[in-house]
Design a protein around this ligand. Structure first.
Ligand SMILES: [Zn+2]
Length: 63
């Protein structure tokens, strides 16, 4: 069905976390957790980049 898998663009590690219980999915806006790390920008007050938990590479966040 919803194959919304996430992979690291560098090492291709599977970044999809465990499923989020249906009752609290609306808090996350997603059906699964994520293993990637958000890089927060204080100036922009938002997450601007992601970092891979495994290889520590960073990439731009898509809108
Ligand atoms: Zn990686």
């Amino acid at each position: 069905m919803d194959e919304n898998k996430e992979y690291c663009p560098f090492c291709r590690a599977d970044l999809q976390g465990p499923p989020i219980p249906k009752e609290i999915q609306h808090h996350y806006g997603a059906t699964h957790g994520s293993r990637k790390i958000g890089i927060y920008s204080r100036e922009e007050d938002r997450v601007i980049k992601w970092q891979c938990l495994y290889c520590k590479q960073e990439w731009e966040r898509e809108k």
